[in-house]
Write a protein that binds this ligand. Sequence first.
Ligand code: IPE
Ligand code: IPE
Ligand code: MG
Length: 248
Amino acid sequence: MNSSTSFHVPEGLDISKLPKHIAIIMDGNGRWAEKRLMNRIRGHEAGAETVRAIVRTCREIGIPILTLFAFSTENWQRPKIEVATLMVLLKKFIDSEQNEMIENNIRLNAIGQLEKLPKDVRISLKRTMDLTGKNKGMLLNLALSYGGRAEIVDMVKVLAGKAIDGKMDPHSITPEIVADHLYTAGMPDPDLLIRTSGEMRISNFLLWQIAYTEIFITDTLWPDFGRDEFLSILIDFQNRERRFGNVV
Ligand code: IPE
Ligand code: IPE
Ligand code: MG
């Protein structure tokens, strides 16, 4: 995508009422490959193409924040060869997308236990995050080695440390203070969470942040997911009634 690309607003989509933050559990790469009698790795490669398409679409229509669940704390338990290849693909993705992110004013950020990532991935990530750090067009947030429970534990450790040091009165802790100590500090909660490939679960993603997020689960496997289905989910989202516990 660049500024000269024309964008036709799909019928039914209200461009003035888009979600400010979309989170996606990109699931189903392995099943996509297994269905084709291919190695699971081929599914992850195909999945990377979907990531490109969805990032472009979000930038084009003006979604301010996109958070993608790319690798969970639990995914470290997968066979060594799959983990190692996923890390190679991750580095390849960051390096190959760097210029497009710069050109399209996209800021890259990562959330999770980043210290657990291999050194070359951390270096690529830091370089691209530094190079795109001032971009304001869109925030692309990659959840890497991310676990919602680990995030909450990290937050508790920081707040407990502040309390012990006398820097914070435990009785003054509010939901806002908790949110300010999560990896997503400063970001609004997701308005919409999409999970591909049909599993009806959260798998330890953004546990605190999705308290009032609208959830959409599609059976489509992540490598088969694309712009048209994504836009139709946005239209579905716009037709939902969000009540936040109140009455209408
Ligand atoms: C999602 O696809 C990608 C990661 C979790 C890294 P999966 O690899 O979980 O694919 P399935 O769920 O086995 O089909
Ligand atoms: C969730 O998918 C994590 C990512 C998409 C990165 P999983 O495939 O790891 O989740 P489960 O095992 O089906 O719960
Ligand atoms: Mg899966």
